[in-house]
Design a protein around this ligand. Structure first.
Ligand code: ADP
Length: 190
């Protein structure tokens, strides 16, 4: 199996690049942000609980996202691989993911980290906010909070995957196709 953690701060292009990679490598896209927004749209209990947290730009509790990931992995026993986009975001989530994949006799193949500086991220998210309708893209204060959450809770995962010799840095600025080519090169070298 090919199991990729596509990593990077909010606005680094994980969703865009995931869409290309799932077709190129026949992978299942697992975006916790998309799943949570789907729950909000459906008005489920989980969605109601997550909405105000997400609108503030904070992380939703680990047990909520872990439960979602568990159920999707269990529903796809014959998958040839997964792209994890926006997950894991904390050490607890990363430890769970390793354990869950271990139970399925597989593991993370690589972590590809899209590197984009903070001013560029803020610019991209504010631009996206004009059409995305996402409350968490709507103002700079919330965007800065998301980046702060990333720096405090999520960026330490680079160390987690470095210890497993799995982290690869990818320059996340340039054309969509140029970044895709760099990601493919890193995957093809595995
Ligand atoms: P972005 O990467 O642009 O911030 P996402 O769609 O990945 O967008 O995430 C949007 C929001 O969803 C996050 O700010 C957070 O509130 C919530 N979220 C998504 N994935 C997770 C996760 N793995 N753990 C905790 N919260 C999450």
């Amino acid at each position: 199996m090919l199991n990729i953690v596509l990593f990077g701060p909010p606005g680094s292009g994980k969703g865009t690049q995931s869409q290309l990679l799932i077709n190129q490598y026949n992978l299942i896209h697992l975006s916790t942000g998309d799943i949570l927004r789907g729950e909000i749209a459906k008005g489920t209990k989980l969605g109601q609980k997550a909405k105000s947290i997400m609108d503030r730009g904070d992380l939703v509790p680990d047990e909520v996202v872990i439960g979602m990931i568990r159920s999707i992995l269990e529903k796809n026993p014959n998958a040839t691989g997964f792209i994890f986009d926006g997950f894991p975001r904390t050490t607890t989530q990363a430890e769970f993911l390793d354990q869950m994949l271990d139970e399925l006799n597989t593991s993370i193949s690589t972590m590809l980290s899209l590197e984009v500086d903070e001013d560029e991220l803020t610019k991209r998210l504010l631009e996206r906010g004009k059409s995305s309708g996402r409350a968490d893209d709507a103002n700079e204060y919330i965007i800065r909070n998301r980046i702060k959450e990333y720096n405090n809770k999520t960026a330490p995962l680079k160390e987690f995957y470095t210890q497993q010799y799995k982290l690869q840095y990818i320059e996340g600025v340039g054309s969509i196709n140029a970044i895709n080519a760099k990601l493919c090169e890193a995957i093809d070298q595995l």
